[in-house]
Design a protein around this ligand. Structure first.
Ligand SMILES: Nc1ncnc2c1ncn2[C@@H]1O[C@H](COP(=O)(O)OP(=O)(O)OP(=O)(O)O)[C@@H](O)[C@H]1O
Ligand SMILES: [Mg+2]
Length: 264
């Protein structure tokens, strides 16, 4: 069953075509990687999926929450939706360049990601009503759970600016998970990590998928991609070059020539 369907997507910047006539289906419950050389359009695709960029052409549809329970498949069209509306549909992301509040603790950074789930309103919050205090405790517990899931619970009260780079990468993921997404998009989660941290990241990605969250991964580290992915889509100059399992991609002569190199 598909969670996301992209059809004939196009995005240009001035005369540069970043994504060109891109169509693909993203099945639910898998790790789906998008790879390609620098400038292939991977981040542009992410930015369209989460509403940062509006596509020039094409459609993006996302399966509605609880559709299985209703036995009726209903889709959101994400076109022209605001980023917060798309997030509320169940799409969450991490960033190629860290987006962390360095003057806040790790826990506070993750609590920011819980706001979508929070029902607090302005006046009750101002009056500190018991319902608000209870809601704050719930949000805090949810954030602590996300930190523990990413093996960061021991750093909950540390300021973000004192955390190691590998911990910060997982902190971003913890914050994205705190909103309880259906689809988690990770833009180069292993960039800048050493071998041990990359292995931890690989385990975390698999654990996220096993917990029922579909993962859309953009990554240059081919070992991580090949070991973590169920399916891979290869982009080249904004065009779909190939799609398949890690084995199929590694043995695809067109992909090897254009991107992977002869020695992979
Ligand atoms: N906001 C923007 N304004 C102008 N051009 C852009 C913008 N964002 C992306 N581009 C261009 O679109 C193309 C695709 O860029 P994109 O960042 O999506 O590539 P990428 O596959 O993520 O590359 P990398 O692997 O280096 O992160 C590039 O030619 C880039 O210069
Ligand atoms: Mg990028």
């Amino acid at each position: 069953m598909n969670l996301l369907r992209v059809k004939h997507l196009e995005k240009s910047f001035g005369g540069v075509s970043a994504i060109s006539n891109l169509s693909f289906d993203l099945p639910k419950g898998i790790v789906f990687s998008v790879i390609g050389p620098n400038g292939a359009g991977k981040t542009t695709l992410f930015n369209m999926l989460c509403g940062f960029y509006t596509p020039d052409q094409g459609s993006i549809i996302f399966k509605k929450e609880n559709a299985e329970q209703n036995k009726e498949v209903i889709y959101h069209s994400l076109h022209n939706m605001a980023t917060h509306q798309i997030a509320a549909c169940g799409i969450s992301r991490s960033f190629q360049n860290l987006q962390i509040f360095f003057n806040m603790t790790a826990l506070e950074n993750v609590m920011v990601g819980c706001h979508l789930q929070s029902s607090s309103r302005f006046l009750p919050s101002l009056l500190r009503l018991p319902s608000v205090i209870k809601e704050e405790q719930r949000v805090k517990q949810q954030a602590l759970n996300a930190l523990a899931f990413c093996h960061l619970d021991h750093l909950a009260n540390e300021m973000a600016d004192s955390l190691a780079y590998g911990d910060l990468k997982r902190l971003e993921i913890a914050r994205a998970l705190a909103s309880k997404p259906k689809l988690l998009m990770l833009d180069e989660p292993a960039a800048g990590l050493n071998d041990t941290e990359t292995q931890q990241m690989s385990h975390l990605i698999r654990k996220i998928c096993d917990s029922g969250v579909t993962v859309l991964l953009v990554e240059h580290n081919m070992e991580l991609v090949m070991t973590s992915s169920d399916q891979i889509l290869v982009l080249n100059f904004g065009h779909l070059l190939a799609q398949g399992t890690p084995d199929e991609i590694q043995n695809n002569p067109v992909v090897v020539k254009a991107y992977l190199g002869e020695d992979i």
